[in-house]
Every structure is written in C-alpha cells, then in structure tokens.
Design a protein around this ligand. Structure first.
Ligand code: FES
Length: 79
C-alpha cells in the first residue's frame, strides 16, 4: 500500500446534493475529493462512502489525514 498523498493542505468546500457520495481516500483521484472509481484500485485504498439526507455545504478533507473521514477535522493545520 502506498502512502496517502497530501493533495491539498486545506479542505474542499463543496455544495453536494442529497444522496450517496464517495470521498477519495488515496489523494490521487482525478476528481478529488470525490472518488473517480478507478485510481485507488492500484494503490490499496478504499474510498469512504457517505450519505447526505439533504443538499448541504460540506468541508471534505483534502489532506487525507483527517481522523473523521470524509470531513475536515483540522488535522491539516498541523502538517
Ligand atoms: S483538510 Fe484534511 S483535516 Fe482539514
């Protein structure tokens, strides 16, 4: 398994629709922070599935080091 890549040292602030989403855990998705359904397969990481019950603004972790995936928990500030 490769190390998680710190793609961005800040969260991605997105307006997401209600429903199921897949957060990229490997940091190498071509559609980061959303999983592109292929890149992680060669790296040994699985994306994190999460569900929103309504359209919502979210802060998804960009550094991939959060302890509360898929959400930013402030860990990026210590990197
Ligand atoms: S961007 Fe990863 S914890 Fe904030």
């Amino acid at each position: 398994m490769e190390e998680k890549k710190v793609k961005q040292n800040a969260p991605y602030i997105l307006d997401l629709e209600a429903g199921q989403h897949l957060w990229c855990a490997c940091g190498q998705s071509t559609t980061d922070p959303i999983c592109d359904l292929k890149t992680h397969k060669t790296l040994g990481f699985a994306p994190k599935r999460f569900e929103l019950t309504e359209k919502k603004k979210v802060a998804l972790c960009g550094c991939k080091q959060t302890k509360n995936p898929p959400y930013c928990d402030g860990t990026h500030a210590k990197l």
